[in-house]
Ligand binder design. Structure first.
Ligand code: ATP
Ligand code: MG
Length: 446
């Protein structure tokens, strides 16, 4: 189907000038040039594309010969990048989803795609894409939208529909299940019933997806302004256990719901920060996403009578190690994530020397923000939040005056600070001294 310019809302003024340059140049060179994929979809539903991809019948080598500022990348999937300062326009040659026996296309036993370099027609290129809404082509020659799979109507209806047989397409590439959840959350689309139905049963296939790719998908889900809705969509479709197995279990067994409350608050804050153009870091995000798993692990170790400090480090290491089998969280993020966790019990301290030491800690700010988050699920933490908020504002001399050089109340009581937050089922080892008058230690099951 061809949707003529007069019938659709994609306007050149919303398209990156560099992408337009590429399209015009391809046409001058005698090739076809189309804007494709997420950009067309986003423009049709009134969104702002974050990148502009181009599809063409020119081979990567032909593209390279047209542009001085072009480099070829990829082996498994050869692409041309046309570079304009900080903006890169990705130009892909039409590909086919067929095995022509040339060895340019390889699949693994389970149907997973390994190599994909067979060139084809625009129709071939359309049907190998994931969702119909992602398979629309904006033609520079007449400004029409070309639709070979019903994607235009699906965009209008705000539906994500897989092209072809959903089970087959998920087996071919399980990450498509995450893309369904992410795009539904981002765009406010619904997942078509036949595309949603097989997900819970096939979610386990994600275990075979490369952990580095899952990390990238996680950043797109949680650090692109729609973290909360992504999380809820993952939960709704049974995808959470495939990505964060231990967090999923911890949330299920946490009867008070404190951990879920806290996690959702963290995701909302992340979305707000992004909306306000404030920086966000994967370390803090993963600290929140894995906090339930950490609390649960810590509770188990403490129940076994292990020394609190040892238990904290061991719980942090175990959770990090287990999670790494699914999602490749680089060390430059996992290390500060652990620090954020390990600093939490220290907010319990009021001894002068220790207070000043914690205030001077390079990770203090992140750890304090995290403490504030915990207060959303565990109101008992509010005392500590109030104390440390004030401590940051006070002049050092003033603060020193308020603090005992030695506190009879809090010193050495940094253990079990959040064990109760994690595990409602395990009998908790109570701190020797009561820290707060009513209600007891942080995270008592409600
Ligand atoms: P976003 O707005 O998040 O960038 P997008 O749809 O543009 O969403 P990209 O990862 O940039 O997502 O992919 C560009 C296009 O490539 C998609 O629109 C889709 O047509 C195709 N595509 C991406 N990933 C897959 C996949 N796993 N299987 C099939 N086609 C895919
Ligand atoms: Mg894109």
């Amino acid at each position: 189907m061809i949707v003529a310019r007069a019938e659709h809302g994609v306007s050149r003024k919303d398209i990156s000038p560099n992408a337009l340059r590429v399209l015009y140049k391809l046409r001058e060179g005698g090739f076809q040039g189309y804007l494709v994929g997420g950009a067309v979809r986003d423009l049709l539903v009134g969104g702002h594309p974050k990148d502009f991809d181009v599809a063409t019948d020119a081979t990567p080598e032909q593209v390279k010969s047209l542009f001085r500022n072009c480099r070829l990348i990829g082996r498994r999937f050869r692409l041309a990048h046309v570079v304009f300062g900080r903006e890169i326009i990705e130009v892909a040659t039409f590909r086919a989803n067929i095995d022509d026996g040339s060895g340019d296309r390889e699949t693994e036993d389970g149907g997973r795609l390994l190599r994909d370099n067979v060139y084809g027609t625009i129709e071939d290129d359309a049907v190998r894409r994931d969702f119909t809404a992602n398979a629309l082509y904006y033609a520079i020659e007449d400004f029409s939208v070309r639709d070979y799979v019903g994607g235009y109507q699906d965009c209008m209806d705000r539906v994500l529909r897989l092209i072809g047989d959903p089970v087959e397409r998920y087996r071919e590439d399980p990450v498509r299940m995450l893309r369904a959840a992410r795009l539904a959350a981002k765009l406010g689309f619904t997942i078509a019933p036949d595309a949603a139905a097989p997900i819970p049963e096939l979610a386990h296939l994600l275990a075979a997806a490369p952990p580095a790719r899952l990390f990238d998908e996680c950043l797109k889900m949680f650090l692109a302004g729609h973290a909360e809705s992504s999380f809820r969509t993952l939960e709704d479709h049974g995808l959470l256990p495939a990505l964060f197995p231990e967090t999923a279990v911890a949330l299920e067994t946490n009867r008070s719901g404190a951990l879920r409350t806290m996690l959702l608050q963290a995701l909302r804050n992340t979305d707000e920060r992004i909306a306000q153009d404030k920086p966000v870091t994967p370390a803090f995000l993963f600290a929140a996403l894995l906090w339930p798993a950490y609390c649960r692990e810590l509770a188990v170790l403490q129940k076994a009578g292990i020394d609190p400090l040892v238990a904290q480090q061991r719980a942090a290491d175990r959770v990090t190690l287990h999670q790494a089998q699914r999602i490749a969280l680089p060390r430059r993020f996992s290390q500060p994530m652990q620090e954020i966790w390990l600093l939490q019990p220290r907010f319990n301290q009021r001894v002068r020397k220790r207070v000043f030491r914690l205030l001077a800690h390079p990770r203090f700010r992140a750890a304090f923000d995290f403490l504030e988050l915990r207060a959303s699920g565990t109101p008992e933490v509010a005392d500590d939040v109030a104390f440390w908020r004030e401590a940051q504002l006070q002049a050092p001399e003033q603060l020193a005056e308020r603090l005992d050089p030695k506190s009879p109340r809090r010193d050495g009581d940094a253990d079990a600070a959040q064990a109760g937050e994690g595990d409602d089922d395990a009998p908790r080892k109570r701190p020797r001294r009561r820290r707060r008058k009513p209600g007891g230690s942080g995270g008592a099951p409600a």
